[in-house]
Write a protein that binds this ligand. Sequence first.
Ligand SMILES: NC(=O)c1ccc[n+]([C@@H]2O[C@H](COP(=O)([O-])OP(=O)(O)OC[C@H]3O[C@@H](n4cnc5c(N)ncnc54)[C@H](O)[C@@H]3O)[C@@H](O)[C@H]2O)c1
Length: 286
Amino acid sequence: MVNLAEQVEPIRAFIHSNQPYMSSPDSAGAGSFRLDNKSCIVTGAGSGIGLAIAELFAQAGGFVFAADIQKSTADETVRRVEAAGGRAHALEIDVADPSSCEKIVKQVMAETGRLDVLVNNAGIGHVGTILTTSPEDLQRVLSINLMGTYYLCRQALPLMIKAGSGSIVNLGSVAGVMGMEDRFAYTVSKHAIVGMTRAMAMDHGTTGVRINAICPGRTLTPFVEARMREYPEPEKFEKQLSAPHALKRMAQPAEIASLALYLASDASSFVTGAAMMIDGGYSAGK
Ligand SMILES: NC(=O)c1ccc[n+]([C@@H]2O[C@H](COP(=O)([O-])OP(=O)(O)OC[C@H]3O[C@@H](n4cnc5c(N)ncnc54)[C@H](O)[C@@H]3O)[C@@H](O)[C@H]2O)c1
């Protein structure tokens, strides 16, 4: 067990000293999008946005720990990364299980001795209003989307603070900043992620660790594509899903990965506590 109390006291003392944080004067606005030799955990890396993030981080020089509840999909991500000349390692994780979160962070530290970047991407959706969402449904969505992010942040943050640097990127959604019809549990979970991101950023701003959220619009992942194929007229359904965006299309996972790389790297050295919209104009029209 990581002894949190032991690690938290020096951190608390530093936070209350109110010293401004800058890793070095040269690093301010240095603008490097590289992750060379940085140790990066990406959850939900077996599919969609997480897969795209894992591939881009490895291209940027990072060592990627591709973590997913479906280990075979994480293995496939690693195969793709290695085929492109990158470095990655597959890990099995259930983010809803605190002991599983603790275990993978320990594994990463044992293998690389450092943790520079954590991307809390694993998440699930749920359709329903408050009246059609059972307590069990809500619990399940919160246990993965919200508690999973919380468990991993609690494991990663003390290590990053001790190292004096780190970047945490949490996957929000447009549903994290605006109400979305018939997505009660999902909207609750994503608003909470944005709130958690802002609270953590305020508490730990002077430690060298930056914490941000990404809020994508609809993104064409295998899950969305499979849903589209179930419809008698998939093209009509795609148009319907695309309609709320100013760009009148959905995002490609790689487009979301670009923002994750910006936030993970020193290019975003003055960005913390942000909930960045990457939504093709979805929220601009609301
Ligand atoms: N696709 C979109 O339109 C969209 C829009 C906004 C936000 N997002 C968010 O982006 C993230 C990724 O979405 P996606 O569309 O790529 O999803 P996806 O379903 O394609 O991939 C999610 C991955 O998470 C894994 N996962 C699920 N439960 C897990 C658990 N308990 N522990 C570990 N891994 C688990 C799945 O196995 C899967 O590989 C989610 O947080 C989602 O809410 C997606």
